[in-house]
Design a protein around this ligand. Structure first.
Ligand code: ZN
Length: 407
């Protein structure tokens, strides 16, 4: 047997919560299944990006998968594009987009166009548009989001965001309302960056014209809804292929079971097969049992499966420890009997999202590795505090795969 299932519960790590008697949501949750696996397996803590670094989800996942951020991280745009099903080619620039509402002076009224729930009929107007030899491939994402891919010669990702909310992906401007949309600017002196910024600006102007006239928007205006009349862009990234995950780790077949686009995109980017689960939504209503059951079934055909569970992070960002604890209990119910599957299982997180911070933190995440017949740590509970005693010790995310595959 040499089969591995990696379950990443996004943002599961947390800090002591006073109303839980200073236990974390994971410690306070009733998790008999995870506890049994912790008792029979090994535990530890992991700094996914290294000590003191507050991880982003996409970067943390890539490092856990064994990639080097300096050489392999393409930026958020290409990962999101892969997640909505865009087949990227080397040299593409992929950008995250929003449909927004602007006034006649191009001042932003609403970054999400009144939280429009489907951009499909808008996107079909300009998907495939060509400007100055550059093709624009646009696919709808969730709600107001979409993905824009620029394909052609001489492009660069060294351009600024047109989204007034974001100076960079990390630096957010809070008082953006009423600010004029940004015109993408080159970030270096290369002719490629200048050209990319100019062509993208032409595209944004052209799509603005088309969106103003679009029948969906005319109907929205009649109904008194905000028009979705401008594309805001951010997170441009230059796509280049990375070494496939299977080749890197000498595996035959690796699969990805995820609901949210970013994580599907991460799987696709490293060459994992996407294994669809219809009821996996990436939201609190996601069907975890269906995902874990799919993993139990598919591990017969695969030697590595990555299962991503998102809502633990959402409860952390909402500052809702009770919701997080309840959701962790749901995860635990779903993984019932996973230890009976002929596979080594790891359960961990990409980062901590303490409810008290409502944001990611640099705290290490709990890690559990269970393999039938391994020398066990014999600890009582899977939780942040107990994991400090585990025999895996405190590891760096970059060493995870080596350790996991050893079992
Ligand atoms: Zn995350």
């Amino acid at each position: 047997m040499n089969k591995h299932i990696l379950i990443i519960c996004d943002g599961m790590g947390d800090l002591p919560v006073p109303e839980f008697g200073n236990k974390t949501p994971l410690e306070a949750a009733k998790t008999p299944n995870m506890d049994r696996m912790a008792k029979l397996g090994k535990t530890g803590l992991m700094f996914t990006l290294g000590k003191g670094i507050r991880p982003n989800s996409d970067e943390a996942h890539l490092v856990i998968f064994g990639y080097n951020l300096k050489t392999d991280y393409p930026g958020r745009g290409p990962i999101e594009a892969a997640g909505v099903g865009e087949i990227l080619e080397e040299g593409d620039i992929a950008i995250r987009g929003n449909v927004a509402t602007v006034d006649n002076e191009l001042r932003v009224i609403d970054r999400r166009a009144g939280r429009i729930d489907d951009t499909t009929p808008l996107v079909s107007e300009f998907n495939g548009m060509e400007i100055d030899g550059i093709k624009f491939l646009v696919k709808p994402g969730v709600g107001h989001r979409l993905s824009i891919v620029m394909r052609g010669k001489g492009l660069s990702d060294k351009i600024t965001n047109s989204d007034v909310h974001y100076v960079t992906e990390d630096k957010v401007v809070e008082n953006w309302e009423g600010l004029k949309v940004n015109v993408p600017q080159p970030l270096d002196n290369s002719p490629e960056a200048k050209f990319t910024a100019e062509v993208l600006q032409k595209f944004l102007e052209k799509t603005h014209e088309l969106l103003e006239k679009n029948s969906v928007n005319q109907e929205r205006e009649v109904k008194g809804e905000l028009k979705a009349n401008y594309l805001l862009t951010r997170g441009p990234g230059y796509y280049k292929k990375v070494e496939p995950f299977t080749q890197k780790w000498n595996l035959a077949k690796a699969g990805c079971i995820a609901g949210a686009g970013l994580y599907k995109g991460l799987g696709v980017m490293v060459g994992m097969d996407l294994i669809p689960v219809a009821s996996a939504t990436g939201k609190p209503n996601t069907n975890i049992t269906a995902k874990i059951d799919m993993a139990k079934e598919k591990i017969k055909d695969y030697d590595f499966l990555f299962v991503h569970i998102k809502p633990t992070d959402l409860f952390g960002e909402d500052g809702n420890p009770q919701g997080k604890k309840d959701f962790i209990e749901k995860i635990d119910e779903a993984i019932d009997h996973l230890d009976k599957v002929e596979a080594t299982v790891a359960i961990t997180a990409d980062h901590s999202t303490p409810c008290s911070h409502k944001d990611h933190s640099a705290d290490p995440v709990p890690l559990l590795i269970y393999s039938p017949g391994m020398i066990s740590d014999n600890l009582a509970k899977f939780g942040e505090k107990d994991c400090q005693q585990g025999s895996l010790g405190i590891i760096d995310g970059k060493d995870f795969m080596k350790i996991f595959l050893k079992y």
